[in-house]
Design a protein around this ligand. Structure first.
Ligand code: ASP
Length: 453
């Protein structure tokens, strides 16, 4: 049995629905289908989820959401009409959305989650109707009926352990199951959404619950590329990578697959196959437990900007017990989360996302570290980018750091710091934000240029 998830661009219009139907019908093992809400049809278009968020916010601020409601329902009407589905279906959606918008707004986040989830809800209902009409008998199953129980944390729901046993029963259903992505149901029966892009997570949870052979994740690219195509022209496609590698690349800014979605399938040992709805003959990228060696010791290079570093220096810091703890305690008390803490003999640096730090806070933290820790110097630098160079093949590779640093030096990129974790499957290199794209291209050319050395 395969669990197959389609992203928003795969459901943007009737033509995409037809492609999805063909993909499902071409393999009898594709028994559980998870859908996102219709996405953009072109660059200027809006995602249905964004329109729904606007609807909710109009209502919350006492404005008329009629225009937005029509835009949302219009998307479904266009699809239904083209596919020859009965208009009663979309009339039902309009009635349902209007009724929800009239609902209780005393808890704004709860209200917004209840509205923004319907993009997936209607899409799944429509897909089930279309599959059935075209000869692949399918049922819409809601998170409530299927048992996708989640915590009541609006916009960032967490799956509850007991959901897995309930969802496992989906395996025994005789018809194809079409399940809406992005949200679950709390114990109190309320709709709660995952974070944005969360349909990936729904698919992963279902795959783990039913013990699927594979979790197929259909999107609009042939698979995961070795570098961000916005930074590197025509990057090579990764055929196979491990969960660990994908985790490191996602951390570094790769966004093909939702970060949280890895855990359920990783724990259940289910491979993920990222594939293209618009090119279904392509094998895509496989995410697996262990992979074969490839020619290049790295699988990819990612770059994420917007970090800052808090550099703290104090003579004989290495002898002072509790210094690190007290420094991190200040970070915690200021309600900040940090990413890395590289250290030297008399200095330590805390690296964190700079959007957490206001100007005022920067001054306060500096002052606290100087006063409470008696530091000699505290320097806070902004606009740092972190490059993640990732690959399990790096583990036993001699001279890798030298290749990396030489490639960066040749490209005139100054290295601000290097962090190599104990797992040795990634190296994180700090450079100025402005140098990020050049650095990615330099590393890509070194490891993948000339047909990938
Ligand atoms: N439709 C939701 C979003 O745009 C969830 C998803 O597509 O995965 O975030």
């Amino acid at each position: 049995m395969k669990v197959i998830k389609f992203g928003g661009s795969s459901l943007a219009d009737a033509g995409q629905f037809r492609k999805v139907r063909e993909i499902i019908a071409s393999d009898a093992a594709r028994r559980i289908v998870v859908v996102s809400a219709p996405g953009k049809r072109n660059k200027e278009d809006a995602k249905v989820t964004d329109l729904l968020i606007q609807c909710a916010r109009m209502r919350l601020t006492g404005r008329d959401a009629g225009g937005e409601v029509s835009r949302v329902i219009g998307r479904y009407e266009a699809i239904a009409e083209d596919l020859g589905l009965p208009s009663a279906l979309t009339q039902g959606f309009r009635k349902d959305l209007c009724a929800r918008l009239e609902g209780d707004v005393s808890h704004p986040e709860r209200f917004e989650d209840g509205i923004k989830a319907v993009g997936e809800m209607y899409c799944a209902q429509m897909m089930a109707a279309y599959l059935t009409q075209s000869g692949s008998a399918a049922d819409y199953v809601s998170p409530e009926e299927g048992g996708l129980l989640v915590s009541e944390e609006y916009g960032k729901a967490q799956v509850l352990e007991e959901a897995y046993a309930r969802l496992a029963q989906l395996r025994d259903r005789p018809r194809i199951v079409v399940f809406p992505g992005f949200y679950g149901c709390s114990r109190e029966g309320r709709i709660v959404t995952f974070s944005r892009g969360g349909s990936d997570l729904t698919g992963a949870i279902l795959a783990a619950a039913v013990g699927a052979k594979v979790y197929e994740n259909f999107t609009d690219v042939d698979g995961i590329a070795a570098a961000d195509p916005r930074l590197q022209k025509a990057p090579a496609l990764i055929r196979e990578l491990t969960y660990e590698e994908l985790r490191e690349l996602s951390y570094g800014g790769f966004s093909v697959f939702h970060e949280e979605a890895m855990l359920p399938v990783f724990e259940a040992g289910i491979p993920i196959n990222v594939r293209n709805t618009n090119n279904p003959g392509h094998p895509g990228t496989w995410v697996v437990n262990a992979r074969r060696e490839t020619a290049s010791c790295i699988v990819g290079v990612a770059c994420d900007g917007g970090f800052c570093s808090i550099f703290v220096e104090k003579y004989l810091m290495n002898r002072e017990k509790g210094f690190g703890r007290r420094l991190l305690q200040i970070i915690e008390e200021e309600d900040l989360s940090f990413d890395h803490v590289p250290s030297g003999v008399d200095h330590i640096t805390v690296i964190l996302k700079q959007n957490q730090l206001s100007e005022k806070m920067t001054e306060r933290i500096k002052e606290r570290i100087l006063r409470e820790l008696g530091a000699d110097t505290v320097d806070i630098e902004r606009n740092l980018a972190l490059l993640s160079v990732v690959g399990v093949g790096m583990r036993k590779k001699l001279g890798l750091a030298s290749r990396l640093t030489t490639a960066l030096a040749r490209a005139n990129v100054n290295i601000e710091m290097i962090i190599q974790g104990p797992s040795e499957i990634s190296m994180i290199i700090g450079v100025a934000d402005a140098d990020g794209p050049t650095a990615v291209r330099a590393i890509y050319a070194e490891f993948f240029g000339n047909e990938g050395k």
